[in-house]
Write a protein that binds this ligand. Structure first.
Ligand code: PGA
Length: 256
């Protein structure tokens, strides 16, 4: 069976100025030219414009890491979808575990953001994932189901084609501990089932589900070989062009 295009997304978090972003993208562009995978980079707000200028004409898509659900207003420190689009973003990460756990964002707020992003034509990368405590308490599936149902509440079935979901176990983020490919696949299968129930067999069955949490060049190919792992969301290993390019080219490497 011909394999679907994988989605290889980088999340730079709070790293890189505009100038640093330009330099990394220049290097990355050359390294991933001609790849058949989708390459996405979520950069800091101030790096969106320089990054999208630098990425122009390449196959790299630039996005943001968060946004507010309002179009504008007295919300000091927040940013709106229209502003992100003007800066050059085509997608936005929403519900990342650092937003949920460090900044206290709840499911209802994340849901409003998802709806707003879809309405504005920004592709959400909607993140879900269990903490270590929840995992050890046998609650992983219940947590994932709750986060998916609450975060995707009122999302139309027809919007599934514009949506990306990321499964990121919190205990695997930035820790160097990755879920085994089998373990990740089991949870991806579960997420797939919930998405089908929410968004229909067609939409929920085909939208990309990314795995995130300590993805590196050394483990990407094994993770991406799993049936329900349609891509990866990469934090630390996306900061260096060379390392990220190795993940984008996981398939070429595997064949050597
Ligand atoms: P990590 O981060 O690859 O550094 O673990 C992943 C993420 O937070 O999206």
């Amino acid at each position: 069976m011909a394999s679907k295009k994988k989605v290889i997304a980088g999340n730079w978090k709070m790293f890189k100025t505009g100038e640093e972003a330009r330099a990394t993208i220049q290097e990355l562009k050359a390294a991933v030219e001609g790849t058949k995978e989708r390459v996405l980079l979520a950069v800091p707000f101030t790096a969106i414009t320089p990054s999208s200028e630098e990425a122009k004409g390449s196959n790299i898509e630039i996005g943001a890491q968060n946004m507010n659900d309002a179009s504008e207003g007295a919300f000091t420190g927040e940013i709106a979808a229209g502003m992100l689009k003007e800066a050059g973003a085509t997608f936005v990460i929403l519900g990342h575990s650092e937003r949920r756990h460090v900044f206290g964002e709840d499911d209802a707020f994340i849901n409003r953001k998802v709806l707003k992003a879809l309405q504005e034509g920004l592709t959400p990368i909607f993140c879900v994932g269990e903490t270590l405590e929840e995992r050890e308490g046998g609650k992983t599936e219940a947590v994932l189901k709750n986060q998916l149902e609450a975060g995707l509440k009122e999302v139309a079935k027809t919007a599934a084609k514009d949506l990306i979901v990321a499964y990121e176990p919190v205990w695997a983020i930035g820790t160097g501990k990755t879920a085994t490919p089998e373990d990740a696949e089991k949870n991806h299968q579960f997420v797939r089932g919930v998405l089908e129930a929410l968004l229909g067999k067609k939409g929920g069955g085909s939208l990309p589900i990314l795995y995130g949490g300590s993805v590196k060049p050394g483990n990407a190919a094994n993770l991406l070989s799993q049936k329900n792992i349609d891509g990866v969301l990469v934090g630390g290993a996306s900061l260096k062009a060379e390392e990220f390019a190795q993940i984008v080219k996981y398939n070429e490497k595997a064949k050597v």
